[in-house]
Design a protein around this ligand. Structure first.
Ligand SMILES: [Zn+2]
Length: 81
């Protein structure tokens, strides 16, 4: 038995699956509840289900952390000036 995160692997392509989310309506239109899919496989399924091709925005989820001048995330709650 492995302690690995079962959601760390995409069930469709077998590739790495980072922690991410999308609105449930879009998810349910493209895939099915309980599926584990990486962003690329989700987008492919979404295009197949909707016919919609789009550029997707990738933004960090809250709590937001800024990136400092050295390319490192700032501590939670810190605001860059
Ligand atoms: Zn995948």
């Amino acid at each position: 038995m492995s302690d690995a995160d079962p959601q760390a692997t995409c069930e469709i392509c077998g590739g790495a699956n980072p922690s991410w989310h999308v609105d449930s309506d879009r998810w349910n239109t493209a895939l099915y509840r309980g599926a584990i899919a990486c962003p690329s496989c989700f987008i492919e399924a979404h295009e197949a289900a909707t016919g919609m091709r789009s550029t997707w925005a990738l933004v960090p989820s809250t709590p937001f952390r800024w990136i400092d001048d050295d390319g490192r995330p700032t501590p939670f709650g810190e605001v860059l000036r």
